[in-house]
Design a protein around this ligand. Structure first.
Ligand code: GUN
Length: 300
């Protein structure tokens, strides 16, 4: 690895550190809320099948609940559960007064409609922000649950004092989980970016990226963004979590983002590392949404 000057460290947006700070804030707010209102924020996880990555994500989210003093339950369901059985579990959790947030870990097996399952969740408990009511409210700028990764991204920008108003933000990727919601969030008046969304049909992608003051990479292509794509001083938010072969690692692989960190480092203004950038923020914002739900701050 290339030697770096110490001052370069200031270019790294440390998601691990920022998410720890946010979690500490939530923990203290939760203690006060619990002692004043005698209500414990409650979060239900549903995991279907044996996807190893999903298992790790749900385990880490459960750990965060424990750390912050939340109540949590995990429904671990077999791969062949029917759509109807899964719907029944959601209906039960919708009416459970101890549960303020419901999270169905995606992806689901192909015989189950993700769309139908997400719509079945009470939008007032949709702490993932995936329900069409929350997605629509995000679009029109109403108060709603914000999807956790986009929420984490804007929190990273704000806590790193990145100026957003009037800046060109380019989003790579149009997924419902990251690309589309983060584009809508950056468009909001209080953030005020000029937003371009690029996708697999985009022509001249490097040309568009080179206009970006803020580049959000969420396309799932390892080390796709190179220094030739970016403008000097650009802030790179790397949402990618990709496994690539690495002979030097004990596990035989390493985790990389959608940006080539080493290649872009000198030219960019700031950059999130992978791991330790956006990833930890997603969990912190899930906890924030759940606490807000328990307090009735979004839907009363
Ligand atoms: N799968 C990948 N990311 C997410 C997420 O943020 N929430 C849920 N429920 N599933 C996911």
């Amino acid at each position: 690895m290339k030697e770096r000057h110490l001052t370069d460290q200031s270019k790294i947006i440390d998601g691990k550190k920022i998410s720890s700070l946010i979690k500490a804030e939530i923990k203290s707010e939760t203690e006060t809320f619990k002692s004043e209102k005698k209500i414990t924020p409650g979060l239900a996880f549903i995991i279907v099948g044996n996807n190893p990555a999903s298992k790790v994500y749900v385990k880490n989210k459960g750990k965060a609940c424990e750390e912050l003093g939340f109540y949590s339950v995990t429904e671990t369901l077999s791969e062949d559960i029917s759509e109807q059985e899964l719907l029944e579990i959601i209906y039960r959790l919708n009416s459970d007064l101890n549960i303020h947030g419901i999270l169905v870990q995606l992806p689901l097996p192909s015989h189950i409609s993700e769309h139908k399952i997400i719509e079945a969740i009470d939008y007032k408990k949709d702490v993932d922000g995936f329900h069409p009511v929350n997605a629509g409210k995000l679009l029109i700028g109403d108060k709603c649950f914000l999807p956790c990764t986009p929420f984490g991204i804007v929190e990273l920008l704000s806590r790193s004092n990145v100026e957003t108003s009037g800046k060109n933000a380019v989003v790579l990727g149009r997924s419902n989980i990251v690309g589309k919601p983060v584009a809508n969030l950056l468009l909001r008046k209080e953030i005020n970016c000029t937003v371009t969304v690029c996708h697999s049909g985009t022509k001249n992608l490097p040309g568009i990226c080179s206009q970006a003051d803020i580049l959000i990479a969420a396309i799932g292509k390892p080390e796709f963004v190179k220094k030739d794509f970016i403008k000097e001083g650009c802030v790179i938010i790397d949402v990618g979590i990709n496994r690539i072969a690495d002979k030097n690692s004990k596990t035989g692989y390493k985790i990389t983002g959608d940006a080539d960190f080493e290649d872009c480092f000198d030219k960019c203004g700031m950059i999130t590392p992978v791991p330790g950038g956006v990833g930890p923020m997603t969990i912190a914002m899930l906890m924030k949404n759940t606490l807000q739900s328990a307090k009735g701050e979004i839907y009363g």
